[in-house]
Write a protein that binds this ligand. Sequence first.
Ligand SMILES: [Cu+2]
Length: 440
Amino acid sequence: MHLSTIISSFLAGATFVAAAPAKRATDPIPVEYVSMLNSYQSYVNTTLSKKDHRNGLRVCNHRNVQVRKEWRSMSKRERKKYVSAVQCMYRNRRSQANRKKVPGARNRLDDFLASHLVVSEKIHFNGHLFPWHRHFVWLYEQALREECGYKGAQPYWDWTLDAGNLLASPVFDGSDTSMGGNGEYFPHGHTELQAFGLDLQLPPGTGGGCLKSGPFSDLIVNMGLNQTIAPPASNVTAPIPKTLETADNKKVEPLSSPETSNITSPVDPTFETEKTFEPVGLIKFNEALNYNPRCLRRDLNLFWAEQLTASHVLYLLQASNADQLEKRIDGWDGPDPTQPAMHPAGHFVVGGLQNDPFASPGDPMFFLIHAQIDRLYTIWQSQDPARLYQVGGTDKPLDLNNEGNPVKLNDRLNFGIVDGKRKLKNLLNTMDKYYCYAYE
Ligand SMILES: [Cu+2]
């Protein structure tokens, strides 16, 4: 059997069979999970209270730690401040990318989209997933603070709180204290997703179109390839959302003019001189980095919401090593087709641009999803001191036969436009080196 067939049977099975009983948000939270949350909080307290070698305060301590809160635990004022800072990233801050290498980038959010896109096939379904995304979210948090005057910490979305009632979530209610609403509904079929050698058909959700009002309805996604959304089963013609119009039909001006958008310079996907990049999927990097302005789409999806339960989180956190943790969150820990896949599900539940594993940081929701993934990672790390600096797996995506290089502490991870390269071992402790944050 072909490799991709095997993998897609893993994932497609996890997606469509979904035989594991889904617990509703109203179901009791497993006690083992609660006890893990408690031991995480005592780990944070102990770490922040430690004295350093000169017997003084640690550099990262109770006074300066950034506390990342769940969206609904923030006050309305805090949520609005966060939304404004994100809006500043795409409304007021220009891209710092080299236009010849990244022709489509217009604003700072685009820099994050492009940086994720070009290394996508090196940082997913492998041992670099958690540390890479940890640092990426942190860089975004720093950009909000340093470039857009944000004073708070990066929020996260605890999706277990919405697993049973996604459409009532305050995260997506479209109000000015939300992360924006659902996409406008239009009848549509599945989304065809081809990536990492997989070929998946994602079931349609409850929206599918552009955000029409509320936060981020003016956001233009400037790069990435268009996904294929199947036409509706009936003969209804689905309106294709206009790219450069807001809800009020106002034209949105990109920060800089699109004249240069047809530059088709050869793009070195890794921003490096050596051309070692080996695409394993179907993404065409040169095209994906070109200027391709369109609206932000979402498609809130109840099918995936059912996977995002506390009992599935507990199953994830029971992973016995770092390799298994990655395989569990990505849904390929062995051949069981009914296993949950919380990382893909966390994206697909929002749908639209979140169904695109390369360009998904173009939706600000990406950073709340990945803060949650980082939170689950640090909770897992905190359960055993031996886990803090433990790495696992290889650097090859979906490496069923262990053909890639084993992940090592000295690996250097590439953050493209937004940071260059960083050593993996410096990205493992959220309260040391670059970092000083914890989750509430
Ligand atoms: Cu990613």
